[in-house]
Design a protein around this ligand. Structure first.
Ligand code: TXA
Ligand code: MG
Length: 337
């Protein structure tokens, strides 16, 4: 990356503007954590509700101490194992942090991205950067600079081009809650770092931990039923290929019956009937499938079919496929069992 572009981005950030930042997962919309107007601009530009907290991105381990209150031993091991990389740790927050970033919660999500341009930018800014994925709220996440420029055409933001995001879906979000006897771990969002990867990293350590499901919605905000939706309806069909006419009729009927909104997220419906169907075929390799998925979704939506159809095959139920299908289920307007 040209240092002149990083310099320009650093200046934009210090003016309270947001900057498009490449990361290995997806592109982010970044602002300095110490710049209230920049943080406010993220929510405004993204049209994101204030109850959904932002992830803080750091470039070195010392910055972790500036944003959290304490670093549980287990969090140290996980950070040493997986950073820089696609794991976000949700930890007790520092009181110094702008509460807009954390949506008033007593925790903060932190990660050290591995993309060299993200690391260069955070280092040059000299302060951690808060960044959600660089898409309008509820829409498909961006994996190229062009996706970000397209999404925010009207806002005309500066975007650093770091090529295609190699992971392609957002980081794993892990809530770490140390209790007296045991540390509770909860995966709030699945991602490239798997539960089994975390278990492996902790295998030979003396610390006790257990995975628990989070029942309290306040601890896992931002987890609406729908998200990542493309501009035309996505239909997920479970199992083997169906005769097309029969399937078209089922889709036509069920898509028109959908509610307009679920949990404040507008459900994408066909403009008229279902005539032209575009099929999205996932790569056979789950890692490549995740890398390409958001791009494929955007490209197909741009051809303006009446709907996009995707099959979930029997081979796509291993742990490695879970995070991608979590996104697909949320992006889908309709699932046909
Ligand atoms: O890979 C990623 O994580 C990307 C790149 C840009 O780093 N960022 C990203 O940010 O996906 P965003 O804002 O689109 O998603 C962050 C998720 C949200 O679901 C949010 O609710 C959750 O992380 N989150 C952030 N801080 C949290 C906290 N303190 N407690 C619980 N959930 C939190
Ligand atoms: Mg997002």
């Amino acid at each position: 990356m040209l240092s002149s572009e990083i310099k320009y981005a650093v200046n934009e950030l210090s003016l309270g503007h947001v900057v498009g930042m490449p990361t290995e997962t997806v592109y982010g919309l970044a602002a300095r954590i110490d710049c209230a107007s920049g943080i406010e601009a993220i929510f405004k530009i993204k049209e994101r509700p204030f109850f959904d907290p932002l992830i803080v991105h750091i470039s070195d381990f010392n910055q972790l101490g500036e944003v959290v209150k304490t670093i549980p031993e287990i969090a140290k091991i996980l950070a040493n194992t997986f950073w820089p990389g696609p794991l976000t740790l949700v930890l007790p927050r520092s009181q110094k942090l702008n509460s807009l970033i954390t949506s008033g919660l007593d925790t903060v999500g932190v990660r050290m991205p591995s993309h060299p341009v993200a690391l260069d930018l955070i280092m040059a800014a000299g302060v951690p950067l808060a960044a959600p994925s660089a898409n309008k709220f509820g829409k498909t996440s961006p994996t190229t600079a062009a996706h970000v420029r397209n999404e925010f055409k009207r806002e005309n933001i500066f975007v650093l081009d770091g090529g295609e995001s190699q992971v392609g879906i957002e980081s794993t979000v892990l809530l770490v809650r140390p209790k007296a006897e045991i540390c509770e771990l909860s995966i709030l969002r699945k991602g490239h770092i798997l539960k089994s990867d975390i278990e492996n990293a902790l295998k030979s350590q003396p610390f006790k931990y257990e995975f628990i499901e989070v029942a309290d919605k306040n601890q896992a905000p931002g987890h609406m039923k729908h998200h990542y939706m493309p501009s035309v309806p996505l239909v997920l069909c479970i199992g083997a290929r169906r005769p097309s006419e029969e399937l078209r009729e089922v889709m036509q009927k069920r898509l028109t019956e959908l509610p307009d909104k679920i949990e404040e997220v507008a459900i994408v419906k066909p403009a008229a009937g279902i005539h032209r169907i575009a099929e999205l075929v996932l790569d056979e390799d789950p890692v490549l499938a995740a890398r390409k998925f958001y791009s494929q979704l955007r490209e197909l939506a741009e051809t303006k079919p009446d709907c996009i159809l995707l099959y979930r095959l029997p081979s796509q139920y291993t742990e490695r496929w879970e995070s991608l299908f979590d996104r697909i289920l949320k992006a889908a307007s309709l699932v046909i069992p």
